[in-house]
Design a protein. Structure first.
Lengths: 356, 395
């Protein structure tokens, strides 16, 4: 039970007049006594909203009947509250103490790192799997129609040729099996973005005409590239990245609600680029598995990177070629080409599974 | 005889002029902000950690603690403000906002029609939420023992905020519809013209109506404020801001031209000069945004608050754009240098500058003022807060 060693001078507002009254406060047996000229109140200690201790700022305790008592001298108030035996919450104690703040700061950094490395990817994987297939398909359709209106045009490849390529791909990529393999479909488009392949949520894989031209007659290389994109579809990377980016953005807004613009985007970009590199590695691994199951050597991917390097040299884009290495891997969305080539070469060195 | 009288009159000492009753000195109350950046930093770190650990559910408690700290450090005429909000009531509003935000995010990722429907739905709900949150915020604020109140009704909210809702929905819908229209040249022309019309003519009206609704309905004790702001003042302010942008763009063009011509004519020798000019150009580019923002914010605050009040009391605001610009640039610099850890200090510095620029003047001694008889039938003022929905939508 709280007991005051001595009365505390304070100001009392009755909630109906703006004029303060000087009073004295006593705490006895869980009851707060407020005594002054024309004021005599007894209130249960528990019914009062006690203010928290801070270095700066006033102290005002709100009384249930509508009035409030305000400290004349903040230090005196705090000393009196403590001497009367009132306890303060651990949050207040933590905030007013630099050592615990440093500890909290470390915990915070640790928690953020853990969240970014582990918590967020795991959560997004679980969430992406839990989402109904219709949602993913809708997102993919919407993305495709946006791309079609901005970056893509109908393919210039002859329909017969497209059908031939589609058949070749069907020989390599696993068919859709509920619960095991995702549904997928390959569409060809003409685009100014050059040789490229994209995997959208819902299973649509876009292959540009320029990529088909780059590959030429070497259809196994095309199968390898599409197998990599199929890996993205299998692991739901598109949806997961979307979810992760949304959560990262929300956390950043909570932390730094006021700051905006470039300052906020930099760590966001760094975080997303790292998730993206991890996704590319997973897709490369899935591509290796698909190729081996189709009795093809992962070395086709090495051929692909060589063709790509030749293509870039031809385009005189040698300046931009390794800018990701120069700018540091931190900002790149893919692991470096050298790293990926090494991965596929190592995979090709392993013996193919013996025929059944 | 006359001369004797005149002489006597001239010889007599002039009688003292009776002291006329000088007009009672009006009571000027200043606003001081006593908060400290280092203290708010400590509060902020603990808040953020608890937020992350609870996956965001701690938000209403974090917000209540932040508001309590900022209110308790806002000292008006020697008495601090007090925040009475109960985080448990704020939690309801928090869940509501989360649900709306979640629905909106899903809609934006689904289709254009869904996005438009979601935006319209939010536009329809917003005035009611705004009124509720103003009632909650003001009803849970007190000064000198008297609670404040917000007297605006929901109907008035819809009437006053309608232009703003239109602007908001238009702002979101027009880029989306432009995508749909693709190459339809006429449509693009119409939407471009409509955008210009909205930005220059409708937006000031929307702001004026919104602020009028807010500032006409602040109440404390027997006092209810009005907003004596003319719409022309907003257009004039907009014009001045446009003027600043034009000046800065001219400066950029000149500097750019200077860099270009030096680079062209001097070749190698002009290297240093063109680098300097280039740096100057970059400096101007970095500074354009903050300069315009500091000007707009300070003028708007001064305009708005100096026009708020009534016959019994009035606010005045004397925020200088140069002071605000200096704080903004320093804040930005330190934020970058400390990778964002400076943020609590930045907020405190900005808040102090903006609050301490404001002062109140009462024609009568505030000590003598008495609470308004509560008309919403909530009983004692303390109970009134419980009547509110407790929707605090974070405005």
């Amino acid at each position: 039970m709280s007991q005051s060693p001595h009365p505390l001078p304070a100001l009392y507002f009755d909630g109906r007049h703006a004029r303060p009254h000087p009073v004295e406060l006593w705490l006895r047996d869980g009851v707060l006594h407020v005594r002054g000229e024309g004021v005599a109140l007894q209130l249960s200690e528990r019914s009062i909203q006690w203010p928290e201790r801070t270095r700066h700022g006033g102290r005002t305790a709100a009384l249930a009947e509508g009035g409030m008592v305000q400290a004349l001298d903040v230090a005196q108030w705090d000393a009196w509250v403590q001497a009367s035996g009132r306890h303060e919450s651990w949050v207040v104690r933590a905030q007013q103490n630099w050592r615990s703040v440093a500890l909290f700061g470390l915990l915070l950094v640790g928690l953020l790192v853990a969240m970014q490395q582990w918590g967020l990817p795991v959560a997004s994987r679980v969430l992406a799997r839990a989402l109904p297939a219709g949602v993913e398909a809708a997102v993919g359709e919407s993305t495709l129609s946006t791309l079609d209106s901005q970056l893509l045009e109908p393919s210039a490849i002859a329909p017969a040729e497209q059908a031939r390529l589609q058949e070749a791909l069907r020989q390599v990529l696993p068919p859709a099996v509920a619960g095991e393999s995702p549904p997928w479909q390959v569409v060809f488009r003409k685009s100014r973005i050059g040789p490229n392949a994209l995997a959208l949520p819902g299973g649509t894989i876009i292959v540009t005409d320029a990529l088909v031209a780059l590959v030429g007659e070497d259809v196994p290389v095309l199968a390898g590239v599409v197998a990599h994109e199929w890996g993205h579809v299998r692991h739901q990377h598109g949806m997961r990245m979307l979810l992760q980016a949304t959560v990262l953005g929300a956390v950043w807004t909570v932390l730094f609600g006021d700051t905006s613009g470039v300052l906020a985007s930099v760590p966001l970009l760094l975080g997303q680029a790292q998730y993206s590199r991890q996704a590319e590695r997973e897709a490369d691994e899935a591509a290796v598995q698909v190729l081996r199951r189709a009795k093809m050597s992962p070395a086709v991917m090495v051929r692909f990177f060589n063709k790509l390097a030749d293509h870039r040299k031809q385009q005189d884009a040698a300046k931009q070629e390794d800018w990701s290495a120069r700018i540091g891997i931190a900002f790149s969305s893919h692991p470096s080409d050298a790293e990926r080539v090494a991965f596929f070469e190592a995979a090709a060195a392993q013996p193919l599974p013996s025929s059944p | 005889m006359t001369t004797d009288y005149t002489a006597a009159l001239e010889a007599a000492p002039t009688p003292p002029i009776p002291a006329t009753e000088t007009a009672p000195a009006s009571h000027r109350l200043d606003v001081r902000f006593t908060g400290s950046g280092s203290e708010y930093f400590r509060i902020w770190i603990v808040n953020v950690l608890l937020l992350l650990v609870t996956l965001g559910l701690y938000w209403p408690w974090a917000k209540a603690r932040r508001l309590r700290y900022f209110y308790a450090n806002t000292v008006v005429g020697g008495h601090p403000l007090v925040f009475h909000g109960d985080p448990r009531q704020m939690f309801k509003g928090f869940v509501l906002v989360l649900a709306l935000f979640g629905a909106y995010t899903v809609a934006t990722n689904t289709s254009v029609t869904a996005t438009l429907i979601a935006v319209s739905a939010i536009g329809v709900l917003w005035p009611a939420l705004f009124q509720r949150s103003m009632r909650f915020r003001l009803g849970n604020t007190s000064w000198r023992g008297l609670r404040m109140r917000f007297t605006g009704s929901v109907q008035d909210a819809y009437l006053a905020l309608a232009p703003m809702v239109v602007v908001g929905v238009f702002g979101v819908a027009s880029p989306l519809l432009q995508e749909q229209a693709a190459d339809n040249k006429q449509w693009i022309l119409w939407t471009a013209m409509a955008s210009i019309l909205v930005a220059t003519v409708v937006l000031p009206i929307a702001f004026w109506r919104l602020k009028g609704y807010q500032h006409r309905n602040f109440g404390w004790g027997p006092i209810q404020t009005e907003l004596r702001l003319r719409l022309q003042s907003l257009y004039w302010l907009g014009l001045k801001v446009a003027g600043i942008y034009v000046l800065l763009i001219v400066a950029i063009v000149f500097l750019g031209f200077g860099v270009f011509s030096v680079a062209m004519t001097s070749g190698d020798k002009g290297g240093a000069a063109s680098v300097l000019l280039g740096l100057g150009l970059i400096a101007v580019l970095i500074v354009v945004g903050p300069v315009a923002w500091a000007f707009i914010t300070s003028r708007w605050q001064n305009l708005l608050w100096s026009a708020t009040g009534n016959d019994a009391m009035g606010f005045s605001s004397a925020l200088r754009a140069s002071a605000l610009l200096k704080v903004t640039l320093l804040n930005g610099l330190f934020l970058v240098l400390t990778l964002g850890l400076y943020w609590p200090f930045a907020v405190v510095a900005k808040t102090r500058l903006r609050l301490q620029a404001v002062a109140l003047e009462f024609t009568t001694d505030p000590d003598t003022l008495v609470a308004q008889a509560v008309v919403d039938g909530g009983g004692a003022t303390g109970d009134a807060a419980a009547d509110f929905l407790g929707v605090d939508v974070g405005l």
